[in-house]
Write a protein of this length. Structure first.
Length: 110
């Protein structure tokens, strides 16, 4: 009989488990690589750009802040860095989510 390291309960040796340290370290390395990939996505795509906008009537040009956009194919490929979450959304979906979050924080806003 062996004792469980965590609970101290005696268990038959045939039913005892041991941590495969090689596999555990491989899993840690894989997770670390996923984190780095997601951090890279946030750095590259999480910023907003100032986009110049020309006036249609020939008046003065202005600028606006825009999200960095990617195609569906690129979003699908890059989302493999985080398979359990939908880290990409269409621009309209993102705007709707933001509106609902703002309404949740400030209920009096239309």
């Amino acid at each position: 009989m062996a004792k469980c390291f965590i609970t101290g309960v005696e268990i038959p040796i045939q039913e005892a488990y041991v941590l495969d340290i090689t596999e555990a370290r491989r899993a840690m390395r894989d997770l670390s690589n996923r984190i780095k990939a997601i951090e890279k996505l946030v750095v590259n795509l999480g910023e907003r750009d100032i986009v110049p906008v020309e006036s249609v009537d020939g008046g003065c040009a202005s600028s606006r802040v825009e999200f960095r956009l990617v195609s569906r194919t690129v979003a699908k490929a890059m989302s493999e860095a985080c398979p359990g979450k939908e880290i990409f959304a269409t621009l309209n979906e993102l705007r709707e989510r933001r509106k609902s979050r703002i309404r949740g924080v400030a209920p009096g806003r239309p």
